[in-house]
Design a protein around this ligand. Structure first.
Ligand code: T46
Length: 133
């Protein structure tokens, strides 16, 4: 399944664009939380964890951020380089995020409230979790 979602956009070059998405219509879950990550120095790596149950949509309204998704068997890289381009990150995926341009902002819509118990922050533990599922 291709995890890239292209948000709907309205507008033109003269006056600019408006992009949007709607919970349970354009993305496959109800949004319970929104957060965003900013003022991150270029080439910083964040993430390095998986979620047991959380689903999320990631987008970068300005700048460029590379996301690596790892299902325990193979890795795939995605570049969020347009405001209307988003990435659906399902449950059970290890993720790494690399800030590729100064001033890049990562926005996230999440299917649930913050719960540290849902995180797997150790890679070996993640691989065991995938094998035992
Ligand atoms: C993810 C990627 C894309 C909270 O208290 N509430 C929150 O809603 C979140 C998201 C985080 N936190 C705390 C937990 C840590 O003490 O904020 C601190 C930094 O979180 P973390 O190191 O997990 O940040 P990232 O950028 O590595 O990961 C974040 C999300 O945590 C994660 O769910 O998928 O962005």
């Amino acid at each position: 399944m291709n995890p890239i979602i292209n948000f709907k956009s309205i507008g033109n070059e003269k006056s600019g664009y408006l992009s949007f998405f709607e919970s349970q219509k354009d993305i496959p879950f109800e949004i319970k939380r929104i957060y965003y990550i900013y003022d991150v120095p270029v080439n910083t790596k964040r993430g390095m964890h998986a979620h047991r149950n959380l689903q999320q949509v990631l987008w970068c309204p300005c700048g460029e951020i590379e996301i690596i998704l790892d299902d325990g068997y193979s890795k795939e890289a995605y570049l969020l380089d347009k405001p209307e381009k988003a990435l659906l990150v399902g449950k059970g995926l290890w993720r790494e995020m690399y800030w590729r341009k100064e001033g890049s902002v990562l926005c996230v819509a999440a299917s649930d409230y913050y719960d540290e118990e849902d995180y797997i922050r150790d890679y070996e533990q993640f691989l065991n979790y995938i094998r035992e599922r």
